[in-house]
Design a protein around this ligand. Structure first.
Ligand SMILES: *Cc1c(COP(=O)(O)O)cnc(C)c1O
Length: 833
């Protein structure tokens, strides 16, 4: 950093003035903002609207990244550098401005410059519309990884889709979720740089023809029905104070402009325009996940669009390095973020064999060396498959290639397991058990040299369940990389007071070197003065959240109460309704004995339900219905409050995680692959109530069993109960508190007498209960009682909170990225020059 300021002094002609494009003094930032307001927004301070100011400040910040960004782009041309290519259908980046200021280290000067212009930085920050280009955990993971890749000096390109509409905005009306389209680009996006000349053609449909080339070799040509093109939009991803800037490259679909209008008669002009509309549809909208069977063809088209644009781009970069195509794997390590981009295996084969005329075997070796695959789910319904006719209609050449991969693959399997037809059928890339499907997880696994799960438990279960046969065949391919989150955004940016307190105590190296440094606060758990300050930070964070809750929902909350928070996508396996059963149980206790002492609690929920996921939407309605009754009841006043915080997204998450006392991580054991919300809460000093699921297992090991509230069946016990024949009604019949809570829901106690409203939910619990809420109910209630009794002892609670944060080093995404580099990509981060 010393070096950096020296460089600036040398390059800037006047010491105080500095360059308005690069200078970072308050004076030059102020001048730069005014310049950008004038020359980019075309207005003056008197005329400027709030968004004009936001844009001017954002441009000013972007200008300060461009030197290093362009340097990094140039380095992509250097033949010796291996580039990580993170292929992901989702990047849930969150608001850029605050994060970029933090990473560049110019927050204070910018705040001052903005103040001198008569504005408040915080008001500009709330102005930013976040790019919601992801559903939840998976997209947010990709974003955390980009931050860590840059910060650890790893040259990387995140490849994704520039959806015109990201994840919908959620409103709550009459207790139900309402979806609003997310028009995030409406006011312009100052962070991206459009590169119309970095574009690639994308074929769809049609048929293939076979021919002999000039050398008499057998070749295949794809004659598509439709061709669109993908255009690159680049967003710089700055490292935390480290000169490195990585690249997020998102593709937008457009009609090919060489469209020959002359060739059409008048009537066909409109057809040509329709064609343009269809072409632009490919990158139009992000699909909500957990959605049963929708938008199929377009979704496959999107996946292929992402994959082919990205691979063509990589090949073009590789060839520009002056290297032959046969060394492609030396230039790129491609990570497939779940199966959405797994057509990459077939597409790289197509590009190498059909376009670059390579022999099959060589092409296959390159593909295997290049690709690796991250699995994110054990839920059978989440394992992607495409019906054969649909796949063949959209990607006829890829279907042929997949058949050929499969033929060679199954030949090997038969040699290895003679006569084991069952195994061959199970391993096949084509599911032929009924209607025929392409199994995308198998395609990704067969074409990758590494396959990883995202927590120790998940990776282990993978090898025993959904990928067991592949594990038997390729045990050496399987590794674990436990997820992580970036401490920059999730502490330093979003929890300013905690950051100041920690930095005051141990210096600021923990922000960059979280894994090693954060442990240094551990001894301070014994320091009464430190504990006092720690408690004050949490109370202040709760007050700020309470103010936002009041403003958004009208509900008044008590900041002395225990803030018990569950924010994540709404899903039956995540069991928000188990949380609701606890609330009803506490409510009933108070109603029976209004005088009893209880620890006051505020239950806060947040999360979106996929628009087509009926049960999840009903759970939102249930939460709001229970809130409606509980919040009005005079007997429980001052003791229980229930809030549904609308539109949970990254921006709102910044306020929520730091304000939690208790983090709800209560999924059915064996269902949550890792979770990352659990890490964000714990890093911000919340204690966890959780099952032995996903990364909870490792969090509990790290923070110490005594600092974690564990309850519930283990994954093995869940499995055993299912095998034996699980009978949820037995729990209902034998547990009067559980029975009372369920009967109340069913009788309409929380829905104005309309019991029929929640019948599908109750019926499902009593007769099927696939996620075993009833089996875990009593253990959960008992554990919540333990939580309350520990919270009564504030000194003990705060001590546990400090220890949670102190021991979270492992869950920095820097650690995850280091493991990917060492075990999967074989990359040594480049040294800073
Ligand atoms: C971290 C995060 C998630 C993932 O939460 P889980 O609790 O791991 O499911 C989802 N959405 C947003 C906005 C997040 O920040």
């Amino acid at each position: 950093m010393v070096k950096q300021s020296q460089k600036r002094q040398i390059s800037s002609p006047i010491d105080t003035g500095e360059n308005t494009r690069t200078g970072t003094s308050t004076a030059s930032l102020k001048q730069a903002i005014l310049d950008n307001l004038y020359y980019i927004q075309g207005c003056t301070p008197e005329l400027a609207m709030p968004n004009d100011w936001y844009m001017a400040v954002a441009r000013t910040v972007r200008d300060r990244m461009l030197d290093h960004f362009i340097h990094a782009l140039k380095r992509l041309q250097s033949p010796k550098v291996k580039i990580v290519s993170y292929l992901s259908a989702e990047f849930l980046m969150g608001p850029h401005l605050g994060n970029n200021l933090l990473n560049l280290g110019i927050t204070d000067q910018t705040r001052e410059a903005v103040k001198e212009l008569g504005l408040e930085l915080d008001e500009l920050l709330v102005q930013e519309e976040e790019p919601g280009l992801g559903n939840g955990g998976l997209g947010r993971l990709a974003a955390c990884y980009m931050d860590s890749l840059a910060t650890m000096n790893v040259p990387a390109i995140g490849y994704g889709i520039r959806y015109e509409f990201g994840i919908f905005d959620q409103e709550i009306r009459d207790g139900w979720q309402i979806e609003k389209t997310d028009k995030w680009l409406r006011l312009g996006n100052p962070w991206e740089i459009c590169r119309p000349e970095t574009s690639y053609e994308v074929n769809f449909g049609g048929h293939t023809v076979q021919y002999l080339d000039d050398n008499g070799c057998f070749r295949v040509r794809w004659i598509p029905h439709r061709v669109v093109k993908g255009i690159a939009y680049d967003t710089p991803v700055p490292s935390y104070r480290n000169d490195m800037v990585d690249l997020l490259r998102l593709w937008k679909s457009e009609a090919i402009e060489s469209f020959d209008f002359q060739a059409f008669n008048v009537g066909d002009y409109y057809k040509a325009v329709d064609e343009k509309v269809i072409s632009e549809t490919v990158s139009k909208v992000l699909y909500p996940n957990d959605e049963p069977e929708i938008g199929k063809t377009l979704r496959l088209a999107q996946q292929y669009f992402l994959v082919t644009c990205s691979l063509q781009d990589m090949i073009s970069i590789h060839l520009m390095r002056g290297k032959g195509i046969e060394t492609f794997h030396e230039s790129f390590a491609v990570q497939l973020n779940d199966t959405y981009p797994s057509i990459a295996v077939a597409e790289l084969m197509r590009l190498l064999v059909d376009e670059h005329l390579m022999g099959w075997d060589t092409a296959w070796q390159i593909t295997e060396k290049t690709m690796s695959y991250t699995n994110h789910s054990l839920l059978p319904e989440a394992l992607e498959k495409w019906s054969l006719p649909l796949f063949g209609r959209t990607l006829p050449r890829h279907l042929e290639i997949i058949y050929e991969i499969n033929r060679r693959f199954l030949d090997g399997v038969r040699l290895r397991y003679p006569g084991d037809d069952g195994r061959v059928a199970r391993l096949s890339l084509i599911d032929e058990s009924g209607e025929k499907y392409v199994r995308m997880a198998h395609l990704a696994s067969v074409g990758s040299h590494r396959i990883n799960g995202v927590s120790a438990l998940h990776s282990n279960l993978l090898t025993k369940t959904v990928l067991k046969d592949l594990y038997d065949l390729y045990p050496d391919r399987f590794v674990n990389v436990t997820n992580g989150v970036t401490p920059r955004r999730w502490i330093a940016l979003s929890n300013a007071e905690l950051t100041a307190l920690i930095t005051k105590s141990i210096g600021d190296r923990w922000i960059r070197y979280f894994e090693d440094e954060i442990r240094k606060i551990e001894p301070l758990a014994d320091d009464a003065g430190f504990r006092e300050e720690w408690g004050k930070v949490k109370r202040n964070n709760k007050s700020r959240l309470a103010a936002i809750i009041k403003e958004r929902t009208g509900v008044v909350t008590d900041t002395d109460s225990l803030f018990d928070i569950q924010v994540k996508r709404i899903h039956e396996y995540k069991r928000q309704h188990l949380n609701v059963l606890n609330i009803i149980t506490l409510y009933n206790r108070i109603k029976k004995d209004p005088g009893q002492e209880i620890i006051p609690r505020t239950f806060i929920f947040g999360g979106k339900a996929a628009p087509g996921y009926f049960m999840a939407k009903l759970i939102i309605k249930l939460i709001n219905s229970v809130a409606g009754v509980v919040n009005k009841d005079q007997d429980v006043a001052g003791r229980l409050k229930v809030v549904f915080f609308p539109d949970f997204n990254v921006k709102n998450a910044h306020h929520i995680y730091p304000a939690a006392d208790l983090s709800e991580q209560i999924s059915t054991a064996g269902k949550e692959a890792a979770g990352t919300g659990n890490m964000k809460f714990s890093m911000n000093g919340a204690l966890t109530i959780g099952t032995l699921d996903g990364a909870n297992v490792e969090i509990r090991e790290e923070v110490g069993h005594e600092n974690f509230f564990l309850f519930g069946l283990t994954a093995d016990e869940v499995h055993d109960q299912k095998v034996k024949g699980y009978n949820p009604r037995g729990y209902y019949d034998s547990n009067p508190h559980l029975r009372e809570a369920i009967d109340q829901i069913r009788s309409g106690h929380f829905s104005g007498g309309h019991g029929e409203l929640f019948e599908p939910l109750v019926d499902n619990l009593l007769n099927h209960d696939p996620f075993m809420l009833l089996a875990d109910y009593q253990a959960y209630i008992d554990c919540q009682d333990r939580v309350s009794s520990v919270y009564r002892d504030q000194e003990r609670w705060v001590r546990m909170s400090i220890l949670n944060v102190a021991r979270m080093g492992k869950f920095s995404s820097d650690r995850s990225i280091r493991e990917y580099c060492d075990n999967i990509w074989k990359i040594n981060p480049v040294k800073g020059e």
